[in-house]
Ligand binder design. Sequence first.
Ligand SMILES: N[C@@H](CCC(=O)N[C@@H](CS)C(=O)NCC(=O)O)C(=O)O
Length: 319
Amino acid sequence: MLVNGKWTQDWQPVQAIDAKGGFVRQVSSFRNWVTPDGSAGPTGEDGFAAAKGRYHLYVAYICPWASRTLIARKLKKLEDVVSVSVVEPVLSDEGWRFGDYPGSNRDDLNGATYLHELYSRAEPTFTGRATVPVLWDRERKTIVNNESADIVRMLNSGFGALSDESVDFYPEALRGEIDGLNERIYPALNNGVYRAGFATTQVAYEEAYQGVFAMLDELEARLGDGRAFLTGETFTEADIRLFVTLIRFDAAYYGLFKCNRRRLADYPALSAYTRRVLDLPGVRGTVNIDHIKQGYYSIKALNPNRIVPLGPDLSALGF
Ligand SMILES: N[C@@H](CCC(=O)N[C@@H](CS)C(=O)NCC(=O)O)C(=O)O
């Protein structure tokens, strides 16, 4: 991680633990918003007006939070407006690295080798982990925001007519329901799998594991009534956030994170739902199973010899 803008070598995938040995995720620290007219968003300062070619996303295909932003960019047809670089899947001793691994890019924009260089460029005394996603501003040469939940919302409505305004992941009428789903699905499932995987005590692992499967069972029942998406027929931000976890489930969380009561493939409604989202135009291109497997199974603390399993068979999802 960075301490006062300098890289320190004590990188640990387990970010912090609570009193019971449970995994705690770092709070994001750059919270400005791109808006159509450059006025300030819900947090941070003003001065980040939407413009074609001004902003750049740094992502990792392995990362579910970064993948949220890739899906939003794709479905809002912002590919020509917001450019992207993908880091290598395997975390180096200095965190995320740019390079030539298939599917990854060099950092042509800033010429960085490691993502942490962008954090210290944006804030020379930054202390914390250099996480993806990062939304970078070419004009002010700084990080606009590094919180995926915010970035998804600004891709949805911050780019106005530069984006496809017929697509809305956060429609007014569904906001209450979407917020309610997000608030429950994130701790139990999206972050729950990490809490299971990175638990350092049996009790913390079991608590997380129970929460993961209670939520999957509940969502299986919800989708089992024939609805296409979580809130009904409209694809929303809640679906983006659920999908990125489901698509990683059998490939990584079932094995590496010991979330092994059932596979996604054992849930008929959730499996059909995952295929439905994958089939939305462009979504499949945001999923790179090789990066996901290489990335998760390279986490030394959980898999010291870094052997990547050959399975499972994901052909039912078309991979
Ligand atoms: N709150 C952040 C979390 C992002 C996050 O935890 N990203 C992970 C990858 S999945 C990361 O970059 N970790 C690098 C590290 O911890 O050093 C978001 O949702 O955008």
